[in-house]
Every structure is written in C-alpha cells, then in structure tokens.
Design a binder for this molecule. Structure first.
Ligand code: ATP
Ligand code: MG
Length: 646
C-alpha cells in the first residue's frame, strides 16, 4: 500500500514496558538458540502436579512424525486457571459478565466463586457419566456457565468440543457425530442483539442425526418454555442441587487432549483440531501476557465468542491461567446501537480490548459519532485478529477508538496454532498498519516459494513454520493421516500455514491472504488482501472481497465484490472510478476486470469472507459451491449468483 507510516512505541508505553525492543530481540534469540532451557523455564509459570523435565520432542518428517511437549509432566488446566488464584487472591474478580441487554446489571465472579462454580459443574458432568477422555459437546451462549463448563470438562479430563451457538442443527449434529460425543451441554435459549436463539430446540433437531447423543444438560438462560425429553434431558439447576463445590482435579498428562475445536470452514470442510493440555495452556498463558502486556488488576476484554479458538485461548484459558480479570460479553457489537462496545469499555473501565477487523469495519461504517459519544479513557491497548486488517480500519481503530495513544497488536494465528504466533509486543515493537510484525519467542517462520526453497530477506511466498511450538495442534480428531497430509506434506519438514505472506526489509510479516486465494495476473502473483485494502480505502466503499476469474489473455483476471456504505448506490460511473482508484493505489496490474456491487458478502459465522464461494461464482460454477454449512447467511449467496457480472 502507499502508506508505509511507522508508529513508534508511545512514550508512556516505552516508560512502563517490561520488555523493550532490545529485550524482545534477546528473548526471541534465546528462545530459538536453546529452546529446551527456554521452554522448561517458561513452563514454571504453570502449577504442575509433576514438573516436566523434557520440553519439545518432535519431528515433522514423515518417517518419524510426532509432536510432544513436556510429555513427562502432569497438570490440570482448571487447577491452573482457577484453584491457584482462588488460593492466593480469592476476592479478585475473575470474570465480569456483561449481558446482551444493557438495562440488565452485569455479573461478577471472584476467583473463589469461580472455583465453586467450576467444581459444581464438574461434579454434575461426572454424575452424568462423563469420564476422562470422553467428548462433551458445549453448545452455549456467551453466559458465565460457558466458561464454567469448559473448565469443568478440563477438571475431570473430559475433552470439550465447543460448537458456536449460531450454528444450525445440521452443523451441530455433524460435530457431535464426528467426535462421537454422548453429552451435550446447552441452554434453553441464547440471546444476541435482542434476538432469541432456540438452542435447546436446535439440539432436539440435531439429536435426530446424532445417534451418539445420550444426555442433554440444559442451563436456564432466558427461562423460555422448552420441551424436555425424559431420560435424556435435565436442567442443570436440578442436577446441581446439593452437589458439593469441591472436586479434585484429574491429574492429566501434558499430552492428554484438552479440547477439540472445529476450524471456521473458510477454505473447506472444518477440521476437528485437537489441542493438548500442557503445551496449549502454556502457549495461551505466555502469549496472553506478552502480547497484551497483561498486569494483574487490569480489566481485559476479548470480544470474541467462546465458540472460536480466540474465545478459548483469550477469554478463558490464557487470561485465567494468568489470574486476569476477563470480560465476557453476551451480545453483539452493534446492538442496541453502534456505540455498545465503547459503552461497555466505559462501564467496566476496560484497559485492553481485543476484537476482529470485520467488527471494526462494520462499526466504522456507522460513523465516528458513536465512538466519540463515549470516553474510552481507560483504554491502553487494542488488539485485532482473524483477518489481515486493512490499513484504513487500522488507522480508524488507532485514531478514533484509541485516541492515538494505544498501540494495536495485530495478532496472526490459527485455530491450529493454539495462540498468537506473529504479533507486536506493545512496549517493544514499532507498528506498521496492516502488518502482524514479528514472530513471538519460540516461533520460527519462513517464507518459501512453491518449490519449498527458503527465501531470505525481503520476500513473499508461502508462510511456513520451521519448528514445533508448544501450542501447536496435535492431530485432526479421528484422522491423523489428514493432519499430516494437510499441514506437513506440502513442504516436507515444515508446518504449512496455508497463508501467503510478505516479509519486508525490516523483517516484518504482512499476511497477504490464503495461498489458495493468490491471483496470478499475467504472471504477477497478487494477494487478495492488498487489492481489497485499496478498494476499502475509497470513501464510498465499506467492504470488498477479491477473487481470480478465468481470463483469456491474462490467465487470471481480478473479480471484485464491493459492498458500498449505507446510502450509496453502485453504477457504471462508480465502477469506473473504483477501477481507476485501484490502478492509482497499487498499479495497473491490480486493476479489477469486473466489479460486482454486493449488498452482502458470504461470511463464516466468525465473520470471515468465504472467498472459495466467491471464486466459484466469478468462475460461473454456481452449482459447485461446496460446503456452505458454516455460512452466516446463506441468502447472500443467491443474491450474488443472481447479480453476477459478465
Ligand atoms: P478453515 O481452516 O476451516 O478454512 P479458517 O482458516 O478461517 O477456516 P481459523 O483458524 O479461524 O479458520 O482462521 C485462521 C486464519 O485466519 C489464518 O490462517 C489467516 O488466514 C487468518 N488470520 C487470522 N489472524 C490474522 C491476522 N492477524 N492477519 C491476517 N490473517 C489472519
Ligand atoms: Mg485455516
């Protein structure tokens, strides 16, 4: 992009930081030079039942493929997230819960209360038959019980599989069956943006296609009248009555599974990503502290949903392992109006806010007034995750939301990686809008070309990770072969991320999009993110998605789907103006060949654009759209097909 402004570490941050730029470089160097010592040292931040003496033990080679971390150690994740803080700081607030409806009071749970709730929930699960290694499906709204349930599973060694509460009965059934889970924990209904989500009814519908399901535990959230099937369904409240609030945590091997979580499905059929207990928890804890420079007492808010890995690692496991005060929000960013997020920030004096570019773009579209009507004086640090953030949204977040004083940590990672791998450290890293900047300690990224040749210095190509890190996924549930084939066969000996990246002359990484989305125009390889960022920069454009389309002369042409700001209409004049605009911003090679004005884009439930569907439409293959089960709004697709250009 044309704007290459660097934002130095703000003076206030430079003064208070525990890790400055030199210290960060040293830490990073040490983590790679002597990973054994470094990781055993880091592991001390957890409470171990048996402290490990080995750190990493892994090989990405086909003949000897294995990944183990701290394999001789024993611990329990819930004891680490709850008990030890309840012992030392029983009255510290662990969870602040902000309800969907702002007229309702928030709730607070101290670490002592959290311990009681988690133990009670754990005992209920045990009584329902859940044992170590069993899979328990959680289909819950963003209520405190969701956090209790996660930690309760961890406490008894059951493997939780969270299914986002916005998913359909079919998607839920598929995930229950895939991991052969016999217990589902759900709620009568969920609430989001003033609307009710019929969760229990969805479970009933899913049960017809999920024969493994034997027990349904229902949390009363809204009090809706829902039918209960005798012998299968129970109210949590009834099961919890008189149940003790103590429960000895199950000693778990560090390599024992903690959870399964299905990926978003942006690129294909979701994969059941399996994470380990020790390595994952350590990764979540270390990165939460480093990336957010977390200090005890600060109110920290990750505005994701527990249904995504971001919610697992950065609402629950990372912050609670660090004894943090973590805010859980039940609702959506734009209800009752577009200032809700900022009102919640003010209400709870949030210091650290972590959200996604898709939410920022949606709020940005509503104008600055909603932000400026609030104070936001408590904010010190902002974070983003999920997609490359276009520089325009970055600057809006920085200037309008953060008043220019808060660094932005743009964290690149995946469900598969367990936690952030590439991210600025707020007190150490000068920022460049749109760049996730540099690898965190222990992360060894490389850029390789299509032959797997490692590129040095400034370069672009495939982003791979050359060595294992503790938070890495261990397998695809039920399909270890698929795990190896998907991630380790393309570039032997390395973890393939599937993302493309550019590394600049300062060693900063810029994620250019999915490798599959790279467009080859007359021999020039182009990431979709760059063209989209240019389009979004135009004052009339709210959002854009770019894909390749067959082109007789160029091989591939550029097909752009453009969502305009409210009250704008797309016509030929604007089409031409947008083409000229991109030509000026990037260069003639990036000029879109076709522009389709689209009121909505196909997105996953986590808000990511599904370019594979857009690619099929651009190619005219509207009958072969593939797996659309994770689409947020399938109706969007019909409109796109009907208004195809060309
Ligand atoms: P699936 O793997 O099923 O296709 P998905 O890749 O969308 O779905 P996630 O694990 O939720 O599932 O998303 C990880 C991807 O999100 C990354 O591979 C990357 O493409 C994108 N991503 C996440 N954070 C960032 C970021 N800060 N900058 C750029 N891209 C990001
Ligand atoms: Mg992915």
């Amino acid at each position: 992009m044309s704007d290459q402004t660097t934002y130095p570490v703000p003076a206030a941050w430079a003064k208070r930081t525990r890790i400055d730029e030199a210290a960060a470089a040293k830490l990073y160097g040490r983590s790679l030079a002597d990973p054994g010592t470094y990781w055993l040292e880091q592991a001390r931040r957890l409470d171990w039942i048996k402290r490990p003496e080995i750190a990493g033990d892994w090989s990405f080679d086909k003949a000897d493929f294995h990944i183990r971390w701290f394999a001789d150690g024993k611990l329990n994740a819930s004891a680490n997230c709850v008990d030890r803080h309840a012992r030392t700081h029983p009255d510290r607030v662990a969870i602040i819960w902000e309800p969907d409806d702002p007229a309702e009071p928030p709730r607070r749970y101290t670490y002592a209360q959290l311990r009681d709730e988690v133990c009670r929930f754990a005992n209920v699960l045990k009584a329902a038959g859940a044992k170590k290694g069993d899979r328990v499906t959680l289909y819950l709204p963003m209520i405190p019980e969701a956090a209790f349930a996660l930690l309760a599973c961890a406490r008894i060694g059951a493997i939780h599989s969270v299914v986002f509460a916005g998913f359909s009965p079919e998607a839920l059934a598929g995930r229950i069956q895939d991991c052969d889970s016999s217990i589902v924990v759900t709620a009568d209904e969920g609430r989001r943006g003033g609307k009710r989500v019929p969760l229990k009814a969805n479970v009933d519908a899913a049960a017809a296609h999920a024969p493994s399901l034997k027990r349904v535990i229902v949390v009363k959230a809204t009090g809706a009248d829902v039918p209960m099937q005798a012998g299968r369904d129970d109210w949590y409240r009834d099961l919890a009555e008189g149940v003790p609030t103590t429960c000895t945590p199950e000693p778990m091997g560090a390599e024992d599974p903690l959870f399964i979580l299905y990926t978003s499905g942006s690129t294909g059929k979701p994969k059941g990503v399996l994470h380990s207990t020790g390595g994952y928890l350590l990764w979540a804890a270390v990165t939460h502290e480093l990336v957010f420079d977390y200090r005890p007492g600060q109110v920290y808010w990750c505005a994701a949903d527990i249904g995504w890995v971001t919610g697992h690692s950065y609402i629950v496991y990372g912050p609670l392992a660090n004894g943090a005060t973590t805010l859980m929000y039940e609702g959506v960013p734009n209800w009752p109006d577009a200032s809700r997020i900022w009102q919640v920030v003010d209400r709870h004096k949030v210091e650290i806010l972590y959200t996604a570019p898709t939410a920022l773009r949606a709020l940005m579209k509503e104008g600055d007034g909603h932000v400026q009507a609030t104070s936001r004086a408590s904010l010190k640090l902002l974070g983003t995750v999920g997609e490359p953030i276009n520089p325009e949204a970055w600057r809006w977040y920085h200037e309008i939301v953060g008043g220019g004083r808060c660094p932005i940590v743009d964290t690149w990672w995946q469900t598969e990686t367990g936690g952030a791998l590439i991210s600025p450290l707020p007190g150490a890293t000068p920022l460049k809008p749109g760049s996730a900047t540099k690898p965190l300690p222990g992360v060894d990224p490389q850029i390789v070309d299509s032959e797997g040749i490692v590129q040095q210095g400034a370069a672009s190509g495939n982003l791979v990770i050359a060595r294992s890190w503790p938070g890495q996924m261990r397998t695809v549930w039920g399909d270890h072969q698929r795990f190896f084939e998907t991630y380790f066969s393309t570039f032997p000996g390395k973890y393939t991320t599937g993302d493309g990246a550019r590394r600049d002359e300062d060693g900063y990484y810029w994620i250019t999009g999915r490798v599959d989305d790279v467009i080859n125009v007359s021999g020039h390889r182009m990431g979709t993110a760059e063209v989209e960022s240019a389009l979004v920069l135009h004052p009339q454009v709210a959002e854009a998605a770019v894909v390749g389309m067959p082109h007789d002369v160029k091989g591939q042409g550029i097909y752009a789907y453009v969502t305009l700001n409210a009250n704008e209409t797309g016509d030929e004049t604007l089409r031409k103006a947008l083409k000229d605009w991109v030509r000026r911003e990037i260069g003639p090679i990036a000029t879109p060949d076709a522009i389709q004005f689209a009121p909505g884009l196909p997105k996953t439930r986590s808000g990511k654009i599904m370019r594979r569907i857009l690619r099929k439409i651009a190619e005219g293959e509207v009958d072969a759209l593939g797996d659309t089960s994770t689409l947020a709004d399938p109706a969007v697709v019909d409109d796109l097909v009907a208004n195809r250009v060309g």
